[in-house]
Design a protein around this ligand. Sequence first.
Ligand SMILES: C[S@@+](CC[C@H](N)C(=O)[O-])C[C@H]1O[C@@H](n2cnc3c(N)ncnc32)[C@H](O)[C@@H]1O
Length: 233
Amino acid sequence: MASTWLDFWQKENEFDDSMSTNYAYFLARVEEYIPLSKKTKVLDIGSGPGNLEDAWHHRIAEIHGLDISKRYNEIARAKHANHTNVYFHDLPADDYLNFQPVKSQQFDVIIVMSVVQYYRNADEIKSLIQSIKELAAPGAKALICDIMVGGSVLKDIASIIGRSLRQGQLLSMLRLLVRLRFSSYYEVRKENGFLVLPKQEWLEIARQVGVDARFINEPLTLQQERQNLLIQF
Ligand SMILES: C[S@@+](CC[C@H](N)C(=O)[O-])C[C@H]1O[C@@H](n2cnc3c(N)ncnc32)[C@H](O)[C@@H]1O
């Protein structure tokens, strides 16, 4: 059985066939903040099965996914085998803040979607924002999405149920929530929890790193309680 988040993401899990529901909601809203063009070079940190690459590969110049899960990277590489502008890089599970595979590159757009809750502490968030700063091209935008900033788990669940209902996705979301309750996800969450940092702490970290960051007012993911931080360079 998986005992850490790093182990959890290496194995088949309940999110394999459900992540795309949340992603469709995000995709319908993100371009209000992140303009795309055929010249845009994108970095997707924690790319999972490649949802962003599926949606954007034909609209941008190049897209690079980074993930600790070799399994997701293999799934994503297989889907994009014929797309010469799509790359997936393995991050070492014990050194996941070392973005060596893309170190010499610069990106116009950097997305980190539903990943930072699996980081261990605020120092890791600082290191992430520092790396984003180093990898950002002049004028770039970075979006760290689905951030847990506090509030109760029950409120989080209530908000996702409410939004799923409005999106006509209630049944599939309820099915996922029930599966999660009886899966290793529940055990791993009980053991490791999620990283939760209040908005003020995020803004203070951004200030220390020296980047221009603000929280977006509207939700970008189905979990309305979660927040989305936009960094502009
Ligand atoms: C909920 S999934 C989100 C995947 C994708 N961003 C999406 O929204 O479809 C979380 C992803 O983050 C990856 N992940 C978890 N911890 C990570 C870390 N410390 N560094 C990089 N990726 C991580 C997992 O392997 C998984 O692919």
